[in-house]
Design a protein around this ligand. Sequence first.
Ligand SMILES: NC(=O)c1ccc[n+]([C@@H]2O[C@H](COP(=O)([O-])OP(=O)(O)OC[C@H]3O[C@@H](n4cnc5c(N)ncnc54)[C@H](OP(=O)(O)O)[C@@H]3O)[C@@H](O)[C@H]2O)c1
Length: 275
Amino acid sequence: MKAAVHTSYGPPNVVRVAEVEKPAAKDNQVLVKVHATTVNRTDSALRAAKPFINRFFTGLTRPRVTVLGNEFAGEVEAVGRGVTSFEVGDRVFGYNGTRFGAHAEYLAMPEDGSLATMPANLTFEEAAASTEGSHYALAMIRKAKLLSGQDVLVYGATGAIGSAAVQLLKHLGAKVTAVCDSEHVELVRGLGADRVIDYTAEDFTKDTQTYDVVLDAVGKSSFGRCKRLLKPRGIYLSSDLGPLSQNPILALITPLLRGKKVLFPIPRDDQEMVR
Ligand SMILES: NC(=O)c1ccc[n+]([C@@H]2O[C@H](COP(=O)([O-])OP(=O)(O)OC[C@H]3O[C@@H](n4cnc5c(N)ncnc54)[C@H](OP(=O)(O)O)[C@@H]3O)[C@@H](O)[C@H]2O)c1
């Protein structure tokens, strides 16, 4: 089969299309014929090994994963002997954030991995592009144990994570204020945001409203800058480590102080997320 392969770190031109061995479905696996995938921020960061620290997880001198692609949609081509929840011909989509491999004609996924049957009204392209951002957004929203009616501010509301967060938060009944640049104001309103702050015209950290949750989906703020936006027991969440990697450390300390706190979930691939 054909796959987009990279055997060294670097810019996009280190990737080339090559013939590789087609995977076979093991007993507990589903073989998916990939119809659509994405090149997202995570693929690009792994390919470029940026930041450098990535190499400690992905291979010090050369990448251990040579075929990237973590979002996919396609058709089940074959199932292993033990598989009961998928059949040949099913249209499926999902997320393969630990093993990648979707930039190829075929991808083998464990039956209990992050994949599900596609809603009938979606195209392969729409389904493939909908999983990674919502995976991270949902992990943050679950961690905050959000209640209907709560006030939430989403910074970076137009990105993969931010746009998923706005839609999921509205679905859960939150009142959402979204922060984005001027050209995306209408897009974000269309996703359901109740109020939009244009960050090119206004510093959102000076907003007079206070929030139960501030969700930074672009990793460009800090707990210190956003603290005054939070209600007394408010929660700050970020998709990034923050200045000097402070967010995971603050997530250990601030919950002990019973006031405003930082939460930093470690998202796990799970089938429920895709469903
Ligand atoms: N925790 C994890 O494991 C994990 C995984 C993936 C990504 N991340 C982090 O999450 C962040 C977002 O990822 P993503 O995949 O959603 O990225 P993305 O799709 O590229 O979205 C980034 C968004 O940020 C907005 N933006 C850019 N500069 C901005 C600024 N100065 N102020 C406010 N918004 C700005 C852009 O929207 P506008 O055009 O409206 O400015 C863009 O839509 C990244 O920083 C990444 O490091 C973390």
